[in-house]
Design a protein around this ligand. Structure first.
Ligand SMILES: Nc1ncnc2c1ncn2[C@@H]1O[C@H](COP(=O)(O)OP(=O)(O)OP(=O)(O)O)[C@@H](O)[C@H]1O
Length: 248
């Protein structure tokens, strides 16, 4: 594979994306430093890391939104992204936001189906500014889903939501994931969220994947599952945080 970003390439069986030797510098600061990562079909990955560790930078590279990276990013199929803020176009109604840029003959029917899946049919004709935070995030998920991505990139999509809405969104994302089975890369600050959702939790530090934990507990998971309790401590240590929450 030559240097650069490659879309629609063939990867080894069972892989949807591969990142090799990925380096990103901003001025004299190296944010990603020869990072390697492979993403398997249908797996759910959570990416943790201290603020400024480069999580969004990695996600942007995978999304093809950054052409100033060095190294290789290869993705086999379509990629969709949902961000922390829903980024809906305010002068288009919800349904038109979902179909925006989707140039397929059945765009309308696909948007109808995606909005139904996120339980937003009743708000299809609404203006984005009239949506609640949770509704806007669901519209953003519908917009991602309608593209039928093989890789779904989620950049802290729940962090601005209240705790109850966040729990509802966790259930929704797991349901959508189990139905459509895209690979998911979820950037989050929340160790509990990572453990409740993901098969594999990665910690980004010093520009590389510094730690990986596999989570085998069956879903739906509970915070007090012994496996999760143990991994919680492991991940806090990997993040350089003591269990009391102070940086070590
Ligand atoms: N366009 C840019 N120009 C200059 N520096 C940038 C740019 N984008 C990101 N950075 C820097 O790169 C580093 C990593 O940023 P990034 O947003 O990837 O971190 P993050 O891990 O997602 O952080 P957070 O958890 O706070 O969202 C930060 O120090 C940030 O200031």
């Amino acid at each position: 594979m030559a240097t650069g970003i490659h879309r629609g390439v063939t990867l080894p069986a069972g892989r949807v994306a591969a990142v090799r030797d990925l380096t990103r510098e901003f001025g004299d600061r190296t944010v990603l430093d020869r990072l390697d990562l492979e993403i398997a079909e249908g797996e759910f990955i959570a990416l943790l890391g201290r603020s400024g560790s480069g999580k969004s930078t990695l996600l942007r590279a995978l999304a093809g939104l950054d052409d100033e990276v060095a190294g290789e990013v290869a993705v086999t199929g379509s990629v969709a992204v949902a961000f922390q803020e829903p980024r809906l176009v305010p002068w288009r109604r919800v349904h038109a936001n979902v179909t925006l840029g989707l140039h397929v003959p059945d765009a309308k029917a696909r948007a109808d189906a995606a909005l139904a899946e996120v339980d937003l049919t009743a708000r299809a004709g609404a203006w984005p500014l009239t949506l609640s935070g949770g509704e806007a995030q669901r519209a953003s998920l519908a917009r991602a889903l309608v593209r039928e991505p093989e890789l779904l990139l989620l950049d802290e999509p729940f962090s601005a939501l209240d705790a109850l809405t966040r729990i509802t969104m966790h259930h929704l994302v797991l349901t959508l994931w189990s139905v459509h089975r895209p690979a998911v890369l979820l950037v989050t600050h929340d160790v509990d969220e990572a453990l409740l959702l993901a098969d594999r939790v990665l910690v980004l530090d010093e520009g590389r994947i510094a730690h990986e934990s596999l989570v085998t507990a069956r879903r739906p998971r509970h915070r007090d599952d012994p496996e999760l309790v143990s991994l919680h401590s492991t991940l806090l240590a990997a993040l350089g945080v003591s269990p009391q929450g102070t940086a070590t």
